[in-house]
Design a protein. Structure first.
Ligand SMILES: Nc1ncnc2c1ncn2[C@@H]1O[C@H](COP(=O)(O)OP(=O)(O)O)[C@@H](O)[C@H]1O
Ligand SMILES: [Mg+2]
Length: 337
């Protein structure tokens, strides 16, 4: 697969990745993904979609069943040390050496990646994370939020080129969330590539340059955030005509209509957030031209339906009827990368 929009080589290239856990559950079903150098990429998906599995495989913690991953050109398994050196990982689950001090654990972490000691760098990291005055404290004495800050400090201790944040803001307080986003933006400015997972659409929207949506072990869409937001505002007006048309009449040219289903269906795509959607004037013009319709329907762009579907997945069972209605439209297949 060659993505022609890709400027330069991807810093991470994932190809044909599958993962079947012991017991037979398939958590990833053939994932292809390129991460661009220097971007903030948000991997968005409901709980159980496979986000942590994917990240852990890239980081060499979980073994894939099939497929390849390169990180900075290194194979994540055959050249594990080189690949892993480039990566800082803030895992979803907190696990730290409870008896160590903040300074010791951060400093030690750097050494694990074969980097020479650099007290000035550790000091900077701890200061950036508001941990400097806690440097001598034992980790077990810290609050949950502070422990999470320590996990980030450890991930940054060896100056990684790529930072993974797995559900960084799940269950954290407002202050830490704010600090974290400030830190992420600063790191990106310094050239670090950032991949974060989240199940909040809003978070992905705020932070990311690009968004990938994963559902049930498949990446169902990868988009520039700007394009995504534009599409989210789009709506479709679908008119089933009483009499088929052989072509869109010239009098309707300004609406850029599409004619489908052997001339039986007229589709108008419009920006639902625009001041003038063009819908009322279109209806008037159709009446003037004596074009009658048997049915009229509006629908959100397929992207929004994908999101609606994801949310329904998360709330499965609560609204069984609506879940059936929200099943993915044909258009969804078109958005697959
Ligand atoms: N070690 C494991 N053994 C068996 N199944 C697992 C294991 N880890 C994760 N899974 C399953 O794989 C699926 C994806 O999990 P995960 O990657 O953690 O999803 P996410 O991070 O998107 O919530 C889930 O259904 C989960 O129960
Ligand atoms: Mg997870």
């Amino acid at each position: 697969m060659k993505d022609t929009n890709m400027p330069g080589d991807p810093i991470i290239a994932v190809r044909g990745l599958t993962k079947t856990y012991e017991g037979g559950f398939q958590a990833l079903k053939g994932v292809d993904l390129d991460i661009r150098k220097g971007e903030i990429f948000a991997l968005l998906g409901p709980n159980g979609a496979g986000k942590t599995t994917l990240i852990n495989i890239i980081c060499g913690i979980v073994t894939p069943s099939e497929g390849t991953v390169t990180v900075g050109g290194y194979d994540h398994q055959k050249q594990y040390r080189e690949a892993r050196k480039l990566i800082g990982l803030v895992p979803q689950e907190l696990h730290t050496d409870a008896f160590e001090s903040v300074w010791a654990t951060t400093n030690f972490s750097r050494g694990l990646f074969g980097k020479a000691p650099d007290p000035a760098h550790i000091e900077k990291v701890l200061k950036d994370l508001s941990l400097w005055d806690k440097q001598k404290a034992r980790i077990m004495m810290l609050s949950g939020g502070m422990k999470r800050r320590v996990m980030i400090a450890k991930a940054l201790s060896h100056e990684p080129a790529i930072l993974f944040l797995d559900e960084p803001t799940a269950g954290v307080d407002v202050e830490l969330r704010r600090d974290m986003w400030a830190m992420v933006r600063k790191l990106r400015e310094s050239g670090v590539t950032i991949i974060l997972t989240t199940h909040y659409i809003e978070e992905a929207e705020q932070m990311a340059d690009r968004i990938g949506v994963i559902s049930k072990g498949e990446i169902i869409l990868v988009e520039e955030k700007a394009d995504l937001i534009e599409k989210l505002g789009k709506k479709e007006l679908r008119l089933s005509l009483q009499e088929p048309l052989s072509a869109v009449p010239p009098e309707l040219a300004e609406w850029k209509l599409e004619l489908g289903q052997d001339g039986h269906l007229l589709t108008y795509t419009f920006d639902s957030q625009a001041e003038r959607t063009g819908v009322p004037s279109l209806m008037r013009r159709l009446a003037d031209l004596n074009i009658g319709f048997a049915d009229i329907e509006t629908r959100q762009s397929s992207l929004e339906e994908i999101f609606v579907n994801l949310v329904h997945d998360q709330n499965a069972g609560q609204n069984a009827d609506q879940t059936a209605d929200a099943s993915l439209p044909d258009g969804e297949k078109d958005s697959r990368p």
